[in-house]
Design a binder for this molecule. Structure first.
Ligand SMILES: Cc1cc2nc3c(=O)[nH]c(=O)nc-3n(C[C@H](O)[C@H](O)[C@H](O)COP(=O)(O)O)c2cc1C
Length: 202
């Protein structure tokens, strides 16, 4: 397996697509960023409605606003880190989000036909954006780019929408910081299949 080329086997890509939070500030070429959106755009959507929309933010001011929302959400929802412990990747991301070269925001067009918050809304809305996000994460991994799905930078929805200029009828769902990784890629650790799989009946 060549870890940095796009010649990786699809299973190698899936099995080694860890959340990469420590990213270099080096710019990612625009054609590669567009390729990530091309890959995301190939995912299935409910009734093929294709409601996913994307923002790639490289603007310092916008990135700083999103980094501030992320920091505020972490301070609100998580205990303060132990100052004597080594800095976690999560804290590193909080400190450096504004320096990450590209923040990709996965958005979805919402419609009046599905009452917001209903189960079916969750299934079709979430079910349309997350396959696209996963495609994007896999494409990033196959391109040697680090990425991580994050939702805390969108926790203050009004502030995030204002910072990004998102109009009515569109909701930001996930922010994916993308850049060249500082550390090494590695395998994901998950529950064994024997613990999560049922044959024929639960
Ligand atoms: C819906 C969702 C929301 C997430 N939100 C955040 C987030 O706000 N910040 C963050 O650092 N990681 C976030 N993550 C990343 C998860 O923490 C990460 O995917 C998980 O710990 C597995 O990591 P691994 O793939 O490296 O094993 C989120 C992941 C998902 C699927």
């Amino acid at each position: 397996m060549d870890e940095t080329s796009n010649q990786m086997d699809i299973f190698d890509v899936m099995y080694n697509c860890r959340a990469m939070r420590r990213l270099k500030p080096d710019a990612v070429p625009e054609d590669i960023l567009i390729q990530l959106i091309e890959a995301a755009n190939k995912a299935a959507t409910a009734s093929n409605t294709q409601p996913c929309r994307w923002i790639i933010t490289r603007d310092s001011e916008v990135k700083q606003k999103l980094a501030d929302i992320n920091r505020n959400a972490i301070k609100r929802f998580y205990p303060a880190p132990d100052p004597s412990a080594p800095q976690s990747a999560f804290e590193w991301q909080m400190e450096h989000m504004q320096n990450i070269p590209a923040l990709i925001i996965a958005c979805i067009k919402t419609g009046p036909e599905k009452p917001a918050g209903s189960f079916i809304d969750g299934v079709t809305t979430g079910g349309s954006i997350w396959p696209a996000i996963q495609n994007l994460l896999l494409a990033a991994r196959a391109s040697g780019l680090g990425a991580c799905p994050t939702t805390l930078p969108l926790a203050d929805r009004a502030a995030a929408k204002a910072a990004l200029g998102i109009p009515e009828g569109v909701e930001p769902i996930c922010l994916i910081p993308v850049g060249y990784p500082m550390g090494k890629f590695g395998p994901v650790t998950r529950l064994p299949v024997a613990k999560i799989l049922h044959w024929d009946r639960w």
